[in-house]
Design a protein around this ligand. Sequence first.
Ligand code: ZN
Length: 246
Amino acid sequence: MCSFMRYGIFSDVHSNLEALEAVIKEYKKEAIDTYLCLGDVVGYAANPNECVDKVKRLARVTVCGNHDWASVGLFSANYFNPVAGEAINWTKHYLNDEAWVFLESLKTVYEFDDLTLVHGTLDNPADFNYMVDCYDASETFELLNSNVCFVGHTHVAGVFIQDQHKNIRYSNPSSLGLKDGNRCIVNVGSVGQPRDDNPAAAYCIYDTHKNEILIKRIGYDVGVTRNKIIDAGLPRFLGDRLIAGR
Ligand code: ZN
């Protein structure tokens, strides 16, 4: 007997409560069985505690992102650009005890049924490297024990597909049918700070019955999030980039 699942898989919320609420509202229409989060719940925007609380209650598993660990002192803030570093320090001071304990508890990799979750790459996952090309993807495929892997981190949705001959190609379809013999690494994009010139929040659905992966987008009031960022004393740039989706 095998049981089919409909997963809701999302990443890089980055303390953006308005984007997270918009995504959850869409997910509620989708008959999702299990939610999985690929990390970077916090960092950049003004609602870290609220986002941690929602993700903690929603997701069966959350793996850690570099911002999550940096915000609780488990990853060096020196690896961040000055603006991101400023947001890390702001978040560190603003986190409540509950959020702190949750972020501290997150692990780098999770293997679950026939899928694997990691924020960046499977090679040295605690270094939080970016998977940007097929070579980067090949290193993760080498270490992958399942047919499907979900990642975030780049804030750009897309899929690396490896065929039986170990050839890898990249594409960014909004829906993908999984073929027997192929393996794939899916970047689900970012809920709270997309960087593909589209400000709408990105989220993923994986249906194991239809063997189908969907990347969806939902717009929300980006201006509200931007104003909260500025009012909180966070760098203005972090608000402005949301408007542009950069
Ligand atoms: Zn991120």
